[in-house]
Design a protein around this ligand. Structure first.
Ligand code: ZN
Length: 456
């Protein structure tokens, strides 16, 4: 058992000063107390928040962060044009490349305060589109990358069957495809064997999007899965997707899901950008979670989620970094809030919640629903029996040093830059300790991979 002394630890109720936390061999919290324990105590200075959950990631897309920003005059650039660049990269990377890119990405996530990531994984097969001898080859590589970087991973292998509503897959989608529900079942089983071998890994399941799988198979896949696994799906990100869904299914994507599957809090709908009133209300009532990816959605020009309406009806949401154009969790919250302020001409996006502050409310959604996206739940930020996952901010940052306790959290969320993130604790272990072991080799392997791919 080791003990930490925290200068200031954030719980749901507010800041707790001078707290001792005992952590067992597995990195789980054994006790939280203001009484000093006997034996060695590691002092942790700074303001300590629960570490963040990244509820939506496509690791390979990190290789192209910033690459789709040079536009040609006279050519319309939108999500579908960006997707072509993304496909080119998806078609060229090897298992080694994927591992090296993911290790770099995950290491950067930890540096920014994330302790967990849900990997929405659909790059399953080799470059020709044939399954690897080990069906879960890429899943193995992603877990290996997470281990090197010191982040916990929820692998969510995706069922991807079609090229669009009622359309066969295209050549460029060949690495993603499971032809049948049975093929996807085998992939899921193979991935389960990988996650069961590693303490840092857990398993979810999912459908890439309504356009990517036949409706009967969506329903059966959902109904036949164990009840304890989180379910992830992309939905209603693009207006074209809504039009195609209306033409093919006669319903909007979220409307169709609400009508055909029994949604509850294990469902994580990624984006849900374009909703009509009835969808907002029904989704909020269903207890499903929406995974918002504000910087990616902004980068792709998707649109703005109706957070204000959804929040006022009790809707739940978490945050993901999706294409990884940004990896700063605080930037995600700012972008999310400011999108609402800019369109509503009001500042109080989160007002109306029972929690004491709007920042406290935003953080609680990020953390508690983020944990659900990983397949676990908790009552408080730090509690006995749960892992010690924390992010530490520098109390000497001038604005924090000059702030009274009630202003600390809003100042961190709205004003602190990433340089004041001191360290991240994942499962009771400091990221900097691990970084000294692995960071150099992770950076080296990443740069070599990118150089060989010749894409940057
Ligand atoms: Zn995505």
């Amino acid at each position: 058992m080791k003990h930490f002394h925290f200068q200031a630890l954030l719980q749901k109720e507010g800041w707790c000063e001078n707290v001792y936390v005992g952590v067992d061999e597995a990195g789980l919290i054994a006790n939280i107390s203001t009484d000093q324990p006997s034996g060695d105590v590691q002092k942790v200075k700074g303001y300590v928040l629960p570490a963040f959950q990244n509820a939506h990631s496509h690791a390979f897309q990190y290789a192209m962060a910033g690459l789709a920003e040079n536009f040609k005059r006279g050519v319309k650039d939108n999500f579908w044009a960006w997707r072509e660049t993304m496909y080119q990269i998806a078609l060229t990377i090897s298992p080694d490349d994927l591992e090296n890119i993911a290790a770099m990405l995950y290491s950067e996530m930890v540096r920014h305060g994330y302790s967990e990531v849900a990997e929405f994984h659909y790059l399953h097969h080799d470059k020709e589109g044939k399954p690897y001898d080990n069906l879960a080859e890429h899943a193995e590589r992603l877990v290996s990358a997470a281990q090197k970087a010191g982040i916990k991973i929820t692998l969510v292998p995706m069922f991807y069957q079609k090229g669009g509503f009622g359309q066969d897959p295209t050549e460029r989608q060949r690495r993603f495809i499971s032809k049948t529900k049975e093929d996807y079942g085998k992939l899921l089983q193979a991935t389960r064997r990988v996650t069961e071998k590693h303490d840092c890994a857990s398993l979810g399941f999912g459908i890439h999007s309504l356009r990517a799988v036949e409706t009967d198979d969506i329903i059966k896949t959902y109904e036949e899965a164990p009840l304890n696994m989180p379910f992830h799906i992309h939905v209603s990100e693009q207006l074209k997707e809504i039009d195609d869904s209306l033409a093919y299914l006669g319903k909007r994507p979220v409307e169709w899901l609400l009508d055909h599957i029994q949604m509850d809090d294990r469902c994580h709908l990624v984006h849900a950008t374009h909703l009509i009133n009835a969808e907002v209300s029904r989704l909020a009532r269903s207890k499903a979670n929406v995974v918002l990816c504000p910087t990616t959605e902004g980068n792709l020009g998707d649109g703005i989620f109706r957070l204000r309406d959804y929040h006022h009806q009790g809707g739940k949401w978490s945050i993901g970094t999706d294409s990884h154009i940004s990896l700063n969790p605080l930037e995600e919250l700012r972008m999310l809030d400011y999108g609402q302020r800019l369109t509503s001409h009001e500042r109080s996006t989160f007002l109306g919640d029972k929690s004491s502050s709007s920042s406290g409310y935003a953080l609680s959604q990020f953390i508690f629903n983020g944990r659900k996206a990983m397949g676990r739940s908790s009552e408080n930020y730090f509690e006995v029996g749960q892992p010690l996952d924390a992010v530490i901010y520098d109390a000497n940052a001038p604005l924090l040093a000059a702030s009274s306790p009630k202003n600390v959290l809003p100042t961190i969320i709205y004003s602190l830059d990433a340089s004041y993130t001191v360290d991240t604790i994942v499962q009771g272990q400091f990221a900097t300790d691990r970084a000294q072991m692995n960071r150099e080799s992770i950076v080296k392997a990443f740069c070599k991979t990118i150089q060989q791919l010749g894409i940057r």
